[in-house]
Design a protein around this ligand. Sequence first.
Ligand code: SF4
Length: 294
Amino acid sequence: MDPKATRSVSKREFLNALSCATMAFLDRHTASPPVDPGLEWRFLEGNLIGQLARETLGPGRQLALLGETAITQSAEALASQEPLYEVTMEAGGLIARADALLPVRNEWELVEVKSSKLAEDGTVKAEHIDDAAFTLMVAQMAGVPVARVSLMLLSPLFRKAGDLSLFSRVDVTELVRARANEFGGIVSTVAESLRGVNQPTPSLQLACKACDHFSSRCIGTGIDDSILRLPRLNDKTLRQLQPHARISTLPDAVMLTAAQQRVVQLVKSRGVERDRTPLCQDSCRTTAVRAAVV
Ligand code: SF4
């Protein structure tokens, strides 16, 4: 069996599976693409922010980042009562790395560092709550007692040369605990699906538009006139159009906007473009021009 199939499920895989189980499965079973400059820059930026956050949080033990060493070193360090950075925990077929665990009496404060700015009104993004919730869930499964969960985000008040801290630390314990409980209800199903050998059945959704697998390994393969190419498609319309996959086979009775109808008429009368660029993104006029050159 492919060793990748049995390795523990990472945070990225689990959270991606919440959007599309097929995408997470294909990502897991496909060789990673080469690192592009944009991704490399985000790594560098993340490392720099992590370093600055550790300086703000104070001295602590920096643990190994990768492999078995990271897991065993972290397990041993968790027996101590010193601040720990980059703590890798593995349990129940899942693996997570906490940016920091700080001792709170006989428990820990879990701190996740983000390189984005805290909103002026103090609200935090759902994706950050999900991110911390996965780490909390794995910590709980590994028997690590967590008393508090915090997010460290860039402060909206920070000004260069000012005396305010670069970071804002927000207590998100309640939100993260609630989300971790929700994850607990689905985690075994998600992990089983990702670690299995059968690709989950895909279903057409708006996320397919931006998915790298759509036309190479998933439901868009060989379909030049996917209904996803209709302009300004929303969830409601997409549900109404299914199970039709192609614009060219849509029945006349479907309810569409004028712009969408025009694209359907053009595709049915002239065929689809050969270069697979979107038929229409913003205006029907663009569509008319593009379709007319077919
Ligand atoms: S194309 Fe759609 S269904 Fe297929 S993996 Fe991507 S998001 Fe999931």
